[in-house]
Design a protein around this ligand. Structure first.
Ligand SMILES: Nc1nc2c(ncn2[C@@H]2O[C@H](COP(=O)(O)OP(=O)(O)OP(=O)(O)O)[C@@H](O)[C@H]2O)c(=O)[nH]1
Ligand SMILES: [Mg+2]
Length: 332
C-alpha cells in the first residue's frame, strides 16, 4: 500500500469552474432555443462531476492506515473538519446538480420566450450554491496537495525508523545505509518531513529519516515533530535511536535521555546508538553511559563510517525478531 493521497483527483476552484462554464455558454448550440438552454444547464451539471470524482477518489477515513490517518490529522489540523468539509462539498454538489435538473424540467414545460431567463436563473442559483462550498473545496485541495507531495511510505514493508533529537546525525546515517539522499546541515530541524529510502537485506527494507523530536509533552509538539512521532507509533518496524555525544551536541544528557525514554515507551524495538564518537564530549558520554549502563549501546560515527558493521549486524538481528516470517532476510 502506498501514499493513498497520490491518487486523488484534485478539484478545481469553484470560481474557475464557474468562469469556464460561463465562457462556454456561447459555444453550446441546440436545435431549438429550448434545446440550447437545456444543453447549457446540462453542460454545467456534467462539469460538476469533477467534484464527485474528487470525493470518490479521496481515501475513506475508516479504511486509512493509522500512519496515513494521523498524517492527515497533522496536516489538516482536525479530522472532524475534514469530515465536515467532505460532507459539505457532497451536499453542495448534489444540491447544485438537482437545481440544474429542476430548471431543465421547467424549461421543458415553459414557453420558448422564458427559456433563456430560466437558464440564467438556474445557472446563477447553482453557481451560488457551489460558491458556498468554495472554502471547503480549496482547503481540502490544499491538504490533499500537501499530503500527496510526501514520498510514499509503505506501511507493509519491514521498516527501520531513524529517530532522535534534532541535529544528532539521523539524515547522515540514512544517507549512509540507504538509497535516500536527505539534506544534512548543522542546525536543528533540517529534516521537516519523513523521508523514505531503501536498503537491501535480501528483501527490501524501508529506511525512514524522521525529523528531530524535542523534550516536551506531545501537546506542545510542532507539526514537524509530530510527523516523527507518527512514524514511530504507527509503523511496524524497529527504531534506531541516536544520541549525540559530541562537543557540538545541542542537548544535554537529561534532555536526550528524556526523549529516549519516551521513544522506548512507544512499544517498538529500539537499537540505541551514540553518534559522533569521532568528536566525543567525555563528560556527556559518561553521563549518558552511566544512565544506560544496563542497556546495549552501539558507538557510531555516521559521518566517518565507524561502527557501521556492528550497527548493520544489530539491525539484522532486530529485524529478524520483528519479522520472523521473512525467511529471505539476509545480512544487511
Ligand atoms: N562529528 C560528527 N558530525 C556528524 C556526524 N554525523 C552527523 N554529523 C554532523 O551533524 C550535523 C547534523 O547532521 P544531520 O544528519 O543533518 O542531523 P539530523 O539528526 O538529521 O538533523 P535534523 O534533521 O535537523 O534533526 C551535520 O553538520 C553533520 O555533518 C558524526 O558522526 N560525527
Ligand atoms: Mg535530518
Amino acid at each position: 500500500m502506498l501514499n493513498p493521497f497520490e491518487g486523488v483527483t484534485l478539484p478545481p476552484d469553484p470560481e474557475e469552474l464557474i468562469r469556464r462554464e460561463l465562457r462556454r455558454l456561447r459555444d453550446v448550440q441546440g436545435v431549438t432555443v429550448k434545446d440550447r438552454e437545456i444543453r447549457r444547464l446540462i453542460h454545467f451539471r456534467d462539469a460538476l462531476q469533477t467534484y464527485n470524482r474528487f470525493l470518490n477518489s479521496f481515501p475513506k477515513l475508516d479504511r486509512l492506515h493509522p500512519f496515513y490517518l494521523t498524517s492527515l490529522e497533522i496536516t489538516a489540523g482536525s479530522l472532524d473538519k475534514v469530515k465536515r468539509c467532505l460532507a459539505q462539498v457532497r451536499r453542495k454538489v448534489n444540491v447544485a446538480s438537482r437545481l440544474l435538473e429542476n430548471y431543465v424540467e421547467q424549461i421543458k414545460r415553459s414557453p420558448e420566450a422564458r427559456a433563456n431567463t430560466l437558464m440564467r436563473t438556474g445557472f446563477g442559483r447553482a453557481a451560488s450554491v457551489l460558491r458556498d462550498g468554495r472554502e471547503c473545496i480549496t482547503w481540502l485541495a490544499e491538504v490533499t496537495r500537501e499530503l500527496s507531495k510526501a514520498k510514499s511510505v509503505d506501511p507493509d514493508l519491514p521498516t527501520i525508523i531513524i529517530a532522535g533529537p534534532p541535529n544528532v546525525g539521523k539524515s547522515t546515517l540514512v544517507s549512509k545505509i540507504s538509497s535516500a539522499k536527505p539534506r544534512i546541515a548543522s542546525f536543528p530541524f533540517t529534516t521537516k518531513e519523513v523521508h523514505v529510502g531503501h536498503m537491501n537485506c535480501g528483501v527490501k527494507i524501508q529506511v525512514l529519516d524522521t525529523p528531530g523530536i524535542l523534550d516536551r509533552p506531545d501537546s506542545e509538539r510542532n507539526v514537524i515533530e509530530r510527523k516523527a512521532v507518527n512514524a514511530i507509533r504507527n509503523l511496524r518496524g524497529i527504531v534506531i535511536f541516536m544520541f549525540d555525544v559530541s562537543n557540538s551536541s545541542l542537548y544535554d544528557a537529561g534532555e536526550q535521555l528524556s526523549i529516549y525514554r519516551e521513544v522506548t515507551g512507544m512499544g517498538r524495538p529500539v537499537v540505541t546508538v551514540f553518534n559522533k564518537v569521532d568528536d566525543v564530549n567525555q563528560e556527556l558520554f559518561d553521563a549518558l553511559a552511566q544512565k544506560l549502563n544496563q542497556e546495549r549501546v552501539l558507538k557510531l560515527s555516521a559521518e566517518k563510517g565507524e561502527g557501521m558493521v556492528e550497527l548493520k549486524r544489530e539491525i539484522f538481528i532486530r529485524l529478524k525478531e520483528v519479522s520472523p516470517d521473512i525467511s529471505d532476510l539476509l545480512d544487511c
